[in-house]
Design a protein around this ligand. Structure first.
Ligand SMILES: [Zn+2]
Length: 60
């Protein structure tokens, strides 16, 4: 996924997942950019599917 703030590309698993300090029991699903710590909403499964379909060479 790509950080909406600094444009840094990283795997969702690579990001700092969620705010574990969140009052919600399981935390929220935001993924924090490892570079700037901006909280990105998780990529919808649909988007991932489309990316697989078109391959990784596309530049968005
Ligand atoms: Zn960032």
């Amino acid at each position: 996924m790509r950080c909406g703030f600094c444009g840094h590309e990283f795997a969702e698993s690579e990001g700092n997942v969620g705010c574990k300090n969140c009052p919600m029991s399981s935390g929220c699903k935001m993924v924090k950019c490892p570079r700037c710590n901006y909280e990105n909403p998780p990529e919808p499964a649909l988007v991932k599917g489309l990316k697989k379909m078109f391959g990784k060479k596309e530049k968005l």
